[in-house]
Design a protein around this ligand. Structure first.
Ligand code: NAP
Length: 258
């Protein structure tokens, strides 16, 4: 299967990943393992999802070389302190059964001073080789600019879908060579009910989800991490690299912004 690959700070990142929020326990691990076997090579998890152990088990059971999979996890703000941050990352490494996290994110912003402290702790994780790349999630443009002064952040994972596309943030990130990872890219399924998505799906003989994911992946520096629990959805979401949207199609999807 073809994938779009992003080059972020000289690291190759598959642009389409699997979101794993709510994929927990043995069943969650089975679904993640199935996605890996279907071809996913980018997995998004977080300490807060309570499933890093399940992700680790799924990777191991898949038999796929760990180095062929890009793994993102996140630290929750309650652990943004000198004595909690590093042990929390060590726990993530232990649960994921890996030595280095490909991308470690601050899950949500805190106040400015705490964000600066957490950015410094991200540096320590890079220094200890606990993380290859570091970044943030849910940070505003101003908050992102502040932490950029403190650490080599390469990513901001934000809610980004046809309903919710933050042009100003994306333009800045594109100029800086940063990756915008779109979470809830399908607006949790809601956007698939839109008439224009249905019309474009018919035009391209694709599903609505494929239209929305293609719209995201045609934007520079954008990665997307849809969550799919079923095999049908998992597979469908991967099959978005063999067709293109026209400029006019793209603009019609942009027009859904609220
Ligand atoms: N950083 C953050 O603060 C943050 C916040 C929220 C989410 N996230 C990440 O982003 C990931 C995705 O976000 P999300 O789960 O909120 O929303 P989403 O990916 O926009 O939507 C998931 C929903 O869409 C359905 N779906 C998936 N593929 C489909 C398809 N091909 N056709 C029809 N329906 C389809 C899924 O159903 P099935 O499960 O039945 O397939 C599920 O109900 C999360 O898992 C998490 O990793 C991060």
């Amino acid at each position: 299967m073809q994938q779009k690959l992003l080059d972020i700070q000289k690291v190759t990142v598959p642009a389409l990943g699997l979101g794993t929020y709510k994929l927990t326990g043995k069943e969650g691990a089975r679904e993640i393992q199935r996605a890996l076997l279907l071809g996913y090579r980018h997995i998004d998890t977080a300490e807060m999802y309570g499933n890093e152990g399940d992700v680790g088990n799924a990777i191991k059971a898949s038999g796929i070389n760990r180095n062929d999979i890009f793994i993102t996890t996140k630290v929750w703000p309650s652990n943004f302190s000198k004595n909690k941050f590093i042990p929390c990352v060590e726990e993530s490494l232990r649960k994921l059964q890996i030595d280095t996290i490909d991308l470690l994110l601050l899950h949500w912003p805190a106040d400015s001073d705490t964000n600066k402290l957490a950015a410094d702790l991200l540096n320590e994780c890079v220094h200890k080789k606990y993380a290859k790349l570091v970044g943030v999630s849910n940070f505003s443009l101003a908050q992102l600019k502040l932490v950029q002064k403190m650490a080599p952040v390469c990513c901001n994972q934000v809610e980004y879908s046809p309903y919710n596309n933050n042009k100003q943030l994306l333009q800045y990130m594109q100029q800086q060579g940063l990756m915008l990872t779109a979470y809830s890219p399908l607006a949790r399924g809601e956007v698939l009910k839109e008439a224009i998505i249905k019309k474009l799906a018919e035009k391209h003989q694709r599903s609505g989800a494929q239209i929305v994911l293609r719209w995201l992946l045609e934007q520079n520096n954008v990665a997307a991490i849809p969550k799919a629990g079923s095999e049908k959805h998992s597979l469908q979401n991967l099959q978005v690299f063999d067709f293109e949207l026209s400029e006019n199609d793209m603009q019609q999807v942009f027009a859904l912004a609220r």
